[in-house]
Design a protein around this ligand. Structure first.
Ligand SMILES: [Zn+2]
Ligand SMILES: [Zn+2]
Length: 207
């Protein structure tokens, strides 16, 4: 399995393109810079199998509509985040564009299945509310790769002071992640990758 990190937008939000031998890709958290993401798809000769959002914050979903127009594919997000993803509640700073709703009839609700398969890529959903109500981490068990969104960062964790944030829920979510195998590599929504083992040993919020 291949994973390509692409930092996007003013907040350097991390979009990840994941694919395997058949060249069909899942795009996680297409925050901004649709043209850059699209260029990377072409460069690696990839076809989009799905778009998956760890959560709905504006810095993670702003390129969805543009990408989906060029490369239509199912879009998966937890319905608790979908509820406010494309309305005024998801407004960042005033200068910041509010996410445009992709032109799809229906979204896939991440909570409706424990595990998801798109093309030959299979991941498990781990619900990790706290940063947002519908936040999820997505784990590829065979490759031991986990996309953690803004729940767990290298050396830190997501803030809980934004609308819908819940410090107690985040604490529970972090204890869930702490129990996972230490050799799982984590790929957060901002910053560098790490492993569960390193975070368990060094991340204050995992103590
Ligand atoms: Zn966020
Ligand atoms: Zn973020």
């Amino acid at each position: 399995m291949n994973i390509l990190p692409i930092p996007t937008g003013a907040y350097q939000e991390m979009c990840y393109i994941v694919w395997s031998a058949d060249k069909k890709a899942i795009i996680f958290d297409p925050g901004h810079d649709a043209d850059v993401i699209f260029h990377a798809l072409n460069e690696h000769d990839l076809e989009v199998a799905a778009y998956v959002c760890t959560h709905a914050h504006y810095d993670h979903i702003n390129a969805l509509a543009d990408l989906h127009e060029k490369a239509p594919a199912p879009i998966a997000m937890h319905s608790k985040d979908l509820a406010w993803a494309f309305d005024e509640r998801n407004q960042g700073p005033p200068y910041y564009p509010r996410p445009r709703r992709p032109n799809v009839e229906k979204f896939e609700h991440l909570e409706s299945a424990e595990s998801w398969t798109f093309a030959d890529l299979r991941f498990q959903r781990i619900e990790t509310p706290g940063h947002t109500p519908g936040g999820c981490c997505l784990l590829f068990p065979e490759s031991k790769i986990m996309i953690t969104g803004d729940t767990l960062f290298k050396g830190s964790c997501g803030r809980t002071d934004l609308p819908g944030g819940d410090p107690r829920a985040l604490k529970d979510s972090l204890s869930t992640l702490k129990k996972l195998s230490e050799d799982i590599r984590i790929f957060p929504g901002h910053g560098d990758d790490s492993t569960i083992g390193v975070e368990r040993a060094t991340n204050f919020f995992m103590q």
